[in-house]
Design a protein around this ligand. Structure first.
Ligand SMILES: Cc1ncc(C[n+]2csc(CCOP(=O)(O)OP(=O)(O)O)c2C)c(N)n1
Ligand code: SF4
Ligand code: SF4
Length: 440
């Protein structure tokens, strides 16, 4: 497992990850946590090297994991891990920096290293682990022997700390550094320098500036869906999934009661349908997920729902793209990742391919409230599985923005009566002034 701590390391270590995978014949986990992923900095590029294409050679004992082969393969995996451990002892990815008189030493990795550096600069020693599995035991021992006090600083649970303690070495860990939230330089500094009965657990940004939760973009098609759904809130239980539509969770829509992980939306909807039935609860579970999520794994649960005619509503919010993570193309697009033309799958065709009665499927424009309300009302009032596909592109799609140029709406200030109806849709393009009414 490799852990980069900045953009340059992300780039450099990724190449090394492939090299290590080849060298030690193993899967390499590339662990990136939030702040590393969300940061940007200038990186030095190297010469691009085209790897030689290797011929596929059949090796059933390695690639077909049945009991007879898997048992033997496990032996090989452990041997390879030991080779990787020996490499970790001298790898340039594990960096030791001795500073001052070695009174304090910090063992850390990834973004936590940056927080420690910001908090303590060159006043303490560091063992920055770029390889966090297998651990370089000897390197860790040597570092601990040289430093008077050793702190392990890491986000989340005490994973490195367990590794250090396993070697019967003295260190501090989660008794000082919180396992909650993300660390900051301030939290690290306070936790290691101020005696407290409990680790510092703080969200400093919330203290100093007003919270600004994300909202649907102006013109987002999901807004139409959720505005409509919010009118039926007491008749459904909203079962969410991961995508921009997760914002339907918050006010003013308040439409999502569960969100487990990508693709769990359909299967949790099936579970909720069974639970509600057992409790004689007449509400209908309403699951929603996007086109990308539907193709990624939602389809599997969907097939089950059709198979059992689950008493639920499944909505596929098809906005033509994988919006939340940055407009990656998916199976519903006609272009591949390298810009090549590819076969485009159609959400509705896939649904019909399950053999579901067509009158159980509605395809609607979520921006058309009458249509959207009508589809939801019908789905709620009709027993058994009902499917709604909303079709409207994400408002940020470049090709769609061009088509819609000049078609945006404006408020006619002379006609505004200040009823605030337009404020109910949480659109960031609209503002309201008590003297002036709605504007923009
Ligand atoms: C297993 C897994 N892979 C990837 C992700 C990252 N991820 C979060 S949302 C999302 C895609 C959402 O796309 P879609 O369902 O089409 O919804 P949209 O954002 O377009 O509304 C992805 C890939 C994840 N959360 N889980
Ligand atoms: S990126 Fe697209 S789908 Fe996501 S909130 Fe904005 S308009 Fe909606
Ligand atoms: S407050 Fe909004 S909805 Fe009401 S009249 Fe003015 S612009 Fe229209």
């Amino acid at each position: 497992m490799l852990e980069p701590s900045d953009s340059q390391e992300c780039k450099d270590m990724f190449k090394l990850a492939f090299e290590m995978s080849e060298r030690f014949d193993m899967v390499v986990l590339f662990r990136m946590t939030t702040r590393v992923c969300h940061s940007k900095s200038i990186v030095e590029l190297g010469e691009r090297q085209e790897p030689k294409i290797k011929k596929y050679v059949s090796d059933k004992m390695k690639f077909a994991m049945l009991p007879a082969s898997a048992r033997l393969r496990h032996i090989a995996i452990e041997e390879n891990l030991e080779k990787a451990r020996a490499y970790a002892e001298t790898s340039p990815l594990n960096i030791v920096e001795y500073n001052g008189d070695n009174k304090v030493g910090i063992i850390t990795s990834g973004i936590s290293y940056q927080h420690c550096r910001e908090a303590f600069g060159d006043t303490v020693s560091y063992l920055k682990l770029g390889i966090t599995n297998p651990l370089a035991d000897n390197l860790i021992k040597e570092f601990c022997e040289k430093c008077e006090t050793v702190h392990v600083v890491e986000e989340g649970d005490g994973y490195l700390e367990i590794g250090v303690r396993h070697l019967k070495l003295d260190c501090t860990g989660k008794e000082l550094i919180t396992c909650q939230g993300e660390l900051t330089a301030e939290i690290v500094k306070t936790s290691l320098t101020e005696a407290k009965s409990e680790p510092t657990y703080d969200f400093p940004q919330l203290k100093d500036i007003p919270a600004r939760p994300p909202v649907f973009c102006a013109g987002c098609p999901h807004r139409g869906f959720f505005y409509s759904m919010s009118k039926f809130r007491d008749k459904v239980v909203g079962m969410g999934d991961i995508g921009c539509y997760g914002l339907g969770w918050q006010e003013p829509f308040n439409c999502e009661e569960t969100c487990v992980c990508m693709d769990a939306g359909t299967s949790t909807t099936i579970g909720m349908a069974n639970a509600l039935k057992n409790q004689d609860d007449t509400r209908k579970p309403l699951g929603f997920q996007g086109d990308s999520t539907f193709f990624h794994g939602g389809l599997t649960g969907f097939i089950d729902a059709v198979h059992y005619n689950t008493n639920a509503i499944l909505c596929i919010l098809d906005n033509d793209i994988t919006a939340m993570t940055g407009h990656q193309l998916n199976a519903a697009n006609d272009t591949g990742l390298m810009g090549e033309p590819v076969h485009k799958l159609n959400v509705t065709d896939m649904i019909y391919a399950t053999g579901i009665d067509k009158d159980r499927v509605a395809v609607v424009d979520p921006m058309n409230q009458a249509e959207m309300d009508g589809a939801l009302k019908h789905a709620i009032e009709t027993d058994g599985l009902q499917v709604i596909v909303t079709k409207y592109p994400c408002a940020l799609l470049k090709w769609d923005i061009q088509q819609r140029a000049g078609r945006h709406c404006v408020i006619d200030a002379d006609k505004c009566v200040g009823c605030k109806m337009c404020m109910k849709v949480a659109c960031p393009a609209l503002a309201f002034d008590d003297g002036q009414g709605a504007y923009r």
